[in-house]
Design a protein. Structure first.
Length: 569
């Protein structure tokens, strides 16, 4: 079976380097098996005894890159000053030097230009990629961990280096909110979390220490443990950064950090901050809002082709109410922002009432709520109705007053979008009627309800195909009328996914669109189970079904789909 173009170039280059004989090249070019990049590398190493570096030189030549012998590179703590260790671990790259303004970056994937673009954005330097062996890079990154990079230099200055020394011997001035180490620690926690792809940072006081955990792709990982005495100073520093009252420790507080003014790397991100009094002290949760990724196209959010067509038809209606439901962190805000971005044209007036404003959208007028002064969703909605809008977004329908005004707006020529905390689309109707909305008003105004969740994407580079059996096969046949090979995460992962087996997330959706049968059922006060059956007859795919569709397409795994959404009854 003839080799591919890249593999042929590698073999020819090894002949040029004197590492293969022409007869051996002819053998390889007519090899009976298909030799991918890894398979060819293995054959060259095991069968033809070609050393590591010549193989790397030939591969770099084939991909149009320079080779880098990372095995000879010396790692120091300064190696990771501009590009943090955690970012290098996650993406398997290593900054190996500078050439004028150019940053020399060793990498293992010759096709992944996105990482180089990200490095250029973070460092402000043009990047030149060099091809390196994965084994050498892994060893150097692991050695970087031993060199005291990451948080070690910061926490050592605030007492962690004392080990078993009593906490009383750590000086108060070393852990005040204005001390240099605390300021550096707060900045480092945010920067490293962002570079690791974190959505939320949790700072949690425990009985003997303070734990910092990062939520990546919906799963929390412990990142750091700090001495207990550091906790109050760290929380106070974060409060100062978002202009909260540092003397108030008995009540929850909400704020926002514009992080660019504190970041040495110039990261243009904001953080939504929430503090709360817990049993061992104040805890903080920070949601990272990346201004570089304000919206995604609707087609990138995980909508199936059928759901996407129906949803696009709904957001282009001249009036009516579109609701998104799901728990916190299920992607509701991103979907709404993407919808507004798609319909945002100069001839439409769009107003939003948000608490807080997560992302700023050009061409859209956004209002921040302030409950302390009486600016609530209900009062904002009343004001909007006097400002001639075409489209209104209300951050959340929380009470009867907001629900009533939202329905009124949808019935008087406005397209209204909002969110609600319910488990699925049909129960949204019950929730609104429980709030006091009359069924006949709800049925007349409701265009669609979209329930959604986020599932982790299985890594395409290392996923494992298998044939489901038992309960898994039964669930696939019952939900989709189909059974066949699906994928699961590799237990050890690979460098591309940070050895997690998963990388990124995808949305699943349950889209209940209004039709005459559904309107009649709502008017008759039908229960959620009956509404669900009617909606499914009208073409609705449940969250469970849409999750299994993603499994069939190889986007996620059975484990992820079944743990996120229960099976339909």
């Amino acid at each position: 079976m003839p080799l591919g173009r890249v593999q042929t170039t590698i073999v020819n280059q090894l002949v040029t380097l004197g590492r293969l004989q022409p007869a051996q090249r002819d053998e390889l070019l007519q090899h009976p098996q298909e030799l991918s990049g890894e398979a060819l590398d293995r054959v060259l190493r095991d069968d033809y005894r070609v050393p590591d570096f010549p193989r790397l030189l030939a591969a770099a030549h084939a991909y149009g890159l320079r080779a880098c012998n990372v095995a000879r590179f010396r790692v120091t703590p300064q190696t990771f000053e501009r590009l943090p260790l955690e970012f290098c671990q996650r993406n398997l790259v290593l900054p190996v030097g500078h050439l004028g303004e150019l940053l020399l970056l060793a990498c293992v994937d010759p096709f992944d230009r996105a990482v180089a673009d990200k490095v250029q954005e973070l460092t402000g330097r043009p990047v030149v990629r060099l091809l390196a062996r994965a084994e050498d890079l892994k060893e150097k990154v692991a050695r970087g961990q031993d060199k005291g990079t990451g948080f070690a230099d910061v926490v050592s200055r605030i007492g962690e280096q004392f080990g078993e020394v009593p906490e009383t011997q750590i000086k108060d001035e070393d852990v005040s909110e204005e001390s240099g180490p605390i300021i550096d620690l707060a900045n480092r926690i945010v920067e490293e979390a962002y570079l690791a792809g974190t959505s939320d940072i949790h700072i949690e006081p425990q009985e003997k220490d303070v734990v910092v955990r990062n939520r990546v792709d919906g799963v929390c990982y412990e990142r750091l443990r700090l001495p207990k005495k550091v906790g109050p100073a760290l929380v106070a520093r974060l409060k100062i950064m978002c202009n909260l009252d540092i003397s108030e420790r008995r009540l929850p507080q909400d704020g926002r950090i514009v992080f660019r003014q504190y970041s040495r790397r110039g990261l243009d991100i904001d953080l939504r901050v929430s503090t709360a009094p817990l049993n061992h002290g104040e805890g903080v949760v920070m949601r990272i809002l990346d201004k570089q990724r304000t919206t995604l196209p609707l087609s990138d959010l995980g909508f199936s082709a059928e759901n996407l067509a129906r949803y696009r038809a709904c957001i282009r209606e001249p009036h009516g109410m579109i609701l998104h439901c799901g728990p916190t962190g299920s992607g509701k805000s991103m979907t709404l922002y993407s919808a507004l971005n798609e319909i945002n044209t100069p001839d439409l007036v769009i107003r939003t009432a948000e608490d807080p404003i997560e992302y700023t959208l050009p061409g859209i007028n956004q209002m921040q709520m302030h409950r302390q002064i009486g600016l609530t969703f209900a009062s904002a909605l009343r004001a909007f109705l006097r400002q001639d809008p075409d489209v209104i977004l209300v951050g959340e329908i929380r009470d009867q007053e907001t629900a009533g005004i939202a329905v009124e707006a949808a019935l008087t020529g406005h397209l209204l979008l909002s969110t609600l905390h319910t488990n699925d689309a049909p129960t949204t109707v019950s929730r609104l009627t429980d709030m006091g909305v009359e069924p006949f008003l709800l049925s007349s105004s409701l265009r669609c309800v979209c329930a959604q969740r986020l599932l982790r994407r299985v890594c395409r580079a290392c996923r494992v195909e298998y044939e489901p059996s038992g309960r898994e096969r039964d669930l696939l046949e019952r939900a989709l009328g189909w059974s066949g090979p699906v994928h699961k995460a590799h237990p050890e992962g690979c460098p591309k996914c940070g050895h997690n087996g998963y990388r990124g997330r995808v949305g699943i959706h349950e889209l209940m669109v209004g039709d005459p049968e559904l309107v009649a059922a709502i008017n008759a006060g039908a229960e959620a189970a009956e509404l669900k059956r009617i909606a499914m007859r009208g073409g609705m795919k449940t969250l469970h079904q849409d999750g299994l569709l993603k499994v069939r397409e190889g986007v996620t795994t059975m484990e992820e789909a079944l743990t996120s959404v229960p099976a339909d009854r």
